[in-house]
Ligand binder design. Structure first.
Ligand SMILES: [Zn+2]
Length: 183
């Protein structure tokens, strides 16, 4: 007896269905892995900037007191920071999630003393000391369709202690308590 058995249509369809299901499972996982890698790159950038900021502060007589950004020896603008020879290269200031950006990280405080944010920074730094945010990445958000730099779901930032925080937002981003919790 001759056994001549080809592949049936049903078998072909079953294999196709299995492959489609695997692709459907793998694609979101791959996207998550890529996003996680971008977050790690973003955190690494902030960590490098944090180390360099300590050098900047010592060069500008920052005395470790909390309060006024000038007394703390902090750079008062991105340009001021970037002109400093010890600060990292331009590419370190760009989040891997938005490689086309001119820069990604914003100072949490403002360079102008007559503004509310300056006052906020003073108040926050007196109350929260080393846990006060210095820099943050306002565009590193999980909300892809509703772009709002001030209400991102994810907050990645550098604290005065040098600690880098990466959290899913659970409250008002301007409330420093939000920045305190470990992720
Ligand atoms: Zn980022």
């Amino acid at each position: 007896m001759k056994r001549h058995r080809g592949v049936t249509l049903l078998e072909v369809l079953t294999v196709c269905a299995v492959l489609a299901a695997l692709a459907a499972i793998a694609y979101p996982i791959l996207a998550q892995v890529k996003e996680r890698a971008r977050q790690t790159g973003c955190e690494s950038n902030l960590r490098q900037i944090g180390v360099a900021l300590q050098v900047y502060r010592s060069d500008y007589g920052g005395d470790g007191r909390y309060g006024d950004p000038i007394e703390m020896g902090l750079p008062l603008s991105y340009d001021a920071a970037n002109r400093h020879a010890m600060l990292p290269a331009k590419e370190v200031w760009i989040c891997p999630r938005y490689p086309e950006a001119a820069m990604s990280y914003y100072l949490f405080y403002t360079y102008h003393p007559d503004t509310r944010r300056w006052d906020d920074f003073r108040r926050f730094s007196l109350e929260y000391e080393s846990r006060t945010p210095l820099l943050y990445d306002p565009k590193h958000t999980d909300q892809r369709h509703i772009y709002s730099p001030f209400y991102p779901n994810r907050m990645i930032g550098l604290l005065e202690s040098g600690q880098v925080v990466n959290r899913v937002r659970t409250g008002d981003w301007l409330h420093p308590r939000w920045w305190n919790d470990e992720r």
